[in-house]
Structures are given as structure tokens and as C-alpha cells.
Design a protein around this ligand. Structure first.
Ligand SMILES: Cc1cc2nc3c(=O)[nH]c(=O)nc-3n(C[C@H](O)[C@H](O)[C@H](O)COP(=O)(O)O)c2cc1C
Length: 279
């Protein structure tokens, strides 16, 4: 099995063998995507301006809903600004210990301003606009992530900045109509990281129509495979004070523990304060 065979890459991603009929050679660009991983130990080496410019151009090469381009990217190289955000969060040193930190934002301000310039009403401040802006920003972030990986850089998306959304908006001077979707730490990796095992395609990919028959058994087997490869150690188990620490804490236990506690209940109020009606 060559390293570039789909079977090897598939087994790393899903922890189970690929059916022989689906194996074959994989193009380099596709292999890079199959191997992508988040690496949280990054060098502080600054990113050369020409490379950063390429990565940002890749971000802007993502598709965008109706060509509306409703997102903005704030590039933060200033270490004081990064240290301030890292300090609020408390557990993510890579925000400072990295080459750069970016904040991908949804942005309906720009087109609102342009509507004024053209003398047109802007009547699309609704939940769909908020959703479109979020999807645009997320796609741009993913294009950036994949381009960075292709260039030998690593990234860490950081939705945790939304726990401090109002403070981040203030610090970065995000005006009305602009909100943070996620941060992204960028840097040369200190180690290669590990491929994180995903749910089996049979659970995520539905053929012709939605069908989740067999979900529980498939997820249980997935939990077992993940535990065998990389157990979730007690220190990383969620909400141990409420649920205790387990010798075997499977993926579905971990995610359902997380979802049993409200996260960012005031985010809606923040978004409304940023000038979105969400109606
Ligand atoms: C929108 C988004 C937000 C995330 N936020 C954080 C975060 O705040 N902190 C963190 O360490 N990782 C964060 N991650 C990274 C995920 O934890 C990671 O993608 C996941 O565990 C799967 O690992 P992999 O990216 O190596 O495949 C985030 C990922 C996404 C897509």
C-alpha cells in the first residue's frame, strides 16, 4: 500500500479499511485535504508578506453567496492585541505563539454602505443575511486553511473568541454589521500533528434521501475505534464534575456531555447589538 493510495489515507481518516473496489491513486492536492489536521503547537516565526498575501487571495477565492462577498478578515500580527485575546481565553497560548492570528468576520456593513452610495434601500437585514455572511466567512476561512496546509503551515480555528464576542468586537473595532465568526492561528507547525478520526461516511453521507437507520451501532463502533487509537484521557473529558471521569469516554459521550451545558447563551444579544435584526 503506497502512502499516496486512497486506502492508506482513508484508514487514517476513518480508522477502518476502504473497500478494495474504491482504492486507487490520489492526486497530491486531494491527499493534502485528506491529511489535514489542526496543530496547536506553532512556531512564532512571522509569515512572510508574499506568502500571507497568497493565502489571503486563496481565502477570497472561495465561492460566495450571490457574489455578495459578505465577510471581512482581520489579520492580527500585533503581539499585544493577540496577548489580550489569549489572556481572556486563558488556555490557548497558540494565539500569541504563532506567526499570525486572523479573525474571519461576517460583514453586511460593506453592502449597506454601498446601497447608500447607489441610493438603493438595503432591506435584507434578516436571519438569511446573517446566515449567508457566516457561510461566506466560513468558506473563506476553509480556503485559507487548505492553502496554508498546502504551503506547509498549520492552523487552529478558534470559535472560543465568541465567548468574548463583545470584547473582541471592541478590541478590533468591528463596526455595526460586522461580527466575528472564528479566529485562526497560523504558523509553522512544531510537529506534524495527528489525523483526527471522523464518523464513518455511512453516517454522514446519505444516498438519494436522508436515512439514519443503524446510527447508534455505527457510532458505537466508531467510538470504540477512536478509543482504541486515541483514548480521551480524563483531563480532556468534558464536565467531569457533573459526569465523572471515565476509563473509556467515547466520542458520543464527550460530545453529548458538551451539548448538555449551554454555550454562549448571550451570542444572539451580541449579534443584535452589532446591528443585525435576525428577523
Ligand atoms: C468553527 C471551528 C471552531 C473551532 N474552535 C476551536 C477552538 O476554539 N479551540 C481549539 O483548540 N480548536 C478549535 N477548533 C478545532 C477543532 O477542535 C478541530 O477541528 C476538531 O477537533 C477536529 O480536529 P482536526 O481539525 O485536527 O481534524 C475549531 C474548529 C472549527 C471548524
Amino acid at each position: 500500500m503506497s502512502e499516496q493510495s486512497f486506502a492508506a489515507l482513508y484508514a487514517a481518516r476513518f480508522g477502518e479499511p476502504l473497500s478494495e473496489a474504491l482504492d486507487g491513486p490520489v492526486e497530491q492536492g486531494v491527499a493534502n485535504i485528506l491529511r489535514r489536521r489542526t496543530v496547536r503547537q506553532l512556531e512564532s516565526t512571522p509569515i512572510a508578506a508574499p506568502l500571507m498575501s497568497q493565502l489571503l487571495a486563496c481565502a477570497q477565492s472561495a465561492p460566495t453567496k450571490s457574489d455578495l462577498q459578505q465577510y471581512s478578515i482581520v489579520v492580527i500580527e500585533n503581539s499585544t492585541t493577540r496577548a489580550t485575546i489569549a489572556e481572556w481565553i486563558g488556555t490557548m497560548a497558540f494565539i500569541v505563539e504563532s506567526g499570525a492570528f486572523l479573525v474571519f468576520c461576517g460583514d453586511i456593513r460593506r453592502n449597506r454602505k454601498l446601497a447608500e452610495v447607489h441610493g438603493h434601500p438595503h432591506v435584507n437585514d434578516n436571519l438569511d443575511s446573517f446566515f449567508n455572511a457566516t457561510v461566506d466567512g466560513a468558506l473563506a476561512m476553509q480556503s485559507f486553511i487548505l492553502a496554508a496546509a498546502a504551503a506547509g503551515l498549520a492552523t487552529v480555528p478558534v470559535s472560543y473568541i465568541r465567548n468574548y464576542a463583545a470584547r473582541v468586537a471592541d478590541l478590533l473595532k468591528l463596526p455595526q454589521g460586522v461580527f466575528p465568526i472564528a479566529g485562526l492561528a497560523l504558523g509553522y507547525p512544531k510537529w506534524q500533528g495527528k489525523v483526527s478520526m471522523r464518523l464513518p461516511p455511512q453516517v454522514v453521507v446519505h444516498r438519494e434521501c436522508y436515512d439514519d437507520t443503524g446510527l447508534q451501532a455505527a457510532v458505537q463502533a466508531y467510538g470504540d475505534r477512536r478509543h482504541a487509537r486515541e483514548p480521551i484521557v480524563p483531563a480532556k473529558q468534558r464536565h467531569t464534575q457533573r459526569y465523572g471521569a471515565l476509563d473509556k469516554c467515547v466520542w458520543s459521550e464527550q460530545v453529548t456531555r458538551q451539548l448538555s451545558v449551554p454555550e454562549r447563551p448571550d451570542f444572539r444579544a451580541f449579534i443584535k447589538a452589532q446591528g443585525f435584526s435576525l428577523k
